[in-house]
Write a protein that binds this ligand. Structure first.
Ligand code: ZN
Length: 119
């Protein structure tokens, strides 16, 4: 059977991002500790937390919650050398003391993390 390009497209696994609720679950599962191996707490500012596929999609990893790990953004950037450019930008921003405003999803995750800490 011949596949149309449209069908092939839907077969590709999309790189899905997690909802704030799902992200909070991942953080809770790790007891709020960075998964890079440093043992440091993630903190509760969502702008400092990255969610990463443990097994990359191209390696056959899934989009299940189980396949996500929360990392401190800085540690994730250090790990991912192809993001060196982004890291440089991050460092520049940090040096300048600049901080972007959190997105709506980040604010929601922040609320969930605060709630988790209070309970
Ligand atoms: Zn770390």
């Amino acid at each position: 059977m011949k596949r149309s390009p449209l069908n092939r497209r839907t077969e590709l696994k999309p790189r899905r991002s997690l909802s704030p609720y799902q992200k909070a679950k991942v953080v809770k599962r790790q007891d709020g500790i960075c998964k890079c191996g440093c043992g440091e707490p993630l903190g509760d500012d969502p702008r400092d937390i990255d969610f990463d596929h443990i097994h990359e999609l191209w390696e056959g990893g899934s989009n299940d919650l189980d396949n996500f790990a929360a990392l401190k953004k800085k540690h994730h950037l250090v790990k991912t050398s192809r993001k060196a450019k982004e890291r440089a930008k991050c460092d520049r921003l940090a040096k300048a003391g600049g901080r972007r405003k959190p997105t709506a999803a980040e604010r929601e995750l922040g609320r969930l993390l605060q709630k988790e800490k209070a309970s």
